[in-house]
Design a protein around this ligand. Sequence first.
Ligand code: HEM
Ligand SMILES: CC(C)=CCC/C(C)=C/CC/C(C)=C/COP(=O)(O)OP(=O)(O)O
Length: 321
Amino acid sequence: MKPVEKPVSCDIARGAPAVPRDLRLLAREYFELTKPRVVALIVFTAVVGMFLSSPSVFLPLGPFVFGTLGIALAAGSAAAFNHVLDQRADAVMNRTRARPLPTGQLTAREAFVFAVALGIASMAILALGVNTLTAVLTFFSIIGYSVIYTVWLKHTTPQNIVIGGAAGAAPPILGWTAITGQVHPDALLLFLIIFTWTPPHFWALALYRREEYAKVRIPMLPVTHGVEFTKLQILLYTILLTAATVLPFATRMSGWLYLAGALALDARFLLYAWRLYRNYSDGLARRTFGYSIQYLALLFALLLVDHYSAQIREALQSALY
Ligand code: HEM
Ligand SMILES: CC(C)=CCC/C(C)=C/CC/C(C)=C/COP(=O)(O)OP(=O)(O)O
């Protein structure tokens, strides 16, 4: 469990900052509002979507730069809205109580203004520098995560993260449309991979954090349906994920290099899910959650390397001979 380093303030309702402000610290708190590590992986999946949409390594510079920036700002905006809208539950759970709003480092008003500013900047950059389709789809992703998931689904149904997962799975589509202006079926495969990955990713964490979720009455699957059922769902979704990861090879979007690497990653994920199912421990659930993140990063890196394998081989050959 992460140690809580910051003092916890009760100033949420009054909206006043509880501690003196230092500009560097303040910048760090704002940065923290964007969930930077999550957003980094989200942006990576979007960038992979961009490269996979084109046979050339050289993407049109404007859509590439503005697309990446716009998607990153949108994801950061959605994350900041999530901090504002979930501040009461965040103040109670150990994992989240050191966040900028529960500690009083930032007020809800400051976080809200920041979220709106990032959202507007993202929309302006995407609409003016990329294309309308990407701006519109990104707008729906922001609403999907910050309103539909955070305000509604998260607090009403244990299927919250399955349905809400669509927003987190959208970025490869956004990357693809940023470059081509079209939603291609191959982009939907990338969406499907993240969509089926989200339940094992999140439920592994929800298992070892189940008491905290119960404390704040958030109906996550282990709280409403218990550990046994959640372990089974993780296993079933990991099997579904394995099937989804074969599709890029089956449709010839990706080649043998991708298939071999993806199956190796899948085998390890399935092993984690199987061991969790047979012999549960909080420690194993924590390691499964950690692996889920490595898994997605490596899988998307594989898609990219496989896509340019011919160019990489040629470059290596000309460097060697
Ligand atoms: C509905 C969908 C999702 C849910 C409910 C979810 C939930 C979570 C939670 C609760 C954490 C722990 C954060 C913490 O340590 O405080 C986490 C971490 C993480 N998630 Fe997800 N996640 C989802 C989708 C995604 C997506 C789409 C990505 C990337 C493509 C992603 C990448 C990550 C990463 C990289 C971390 C580690 C962050 C860190 O080290 O601080 N997640 N996720
Ligand atoms: C392009 C675009 C707008 C994408 C938005 C996608 C986005 C920011 C997804 C975040 C996924 C995530 C960390 C969910 C956890 O929320 P939670 O509230 O369950 O977790 P918490 O308890 O850690 O806050």
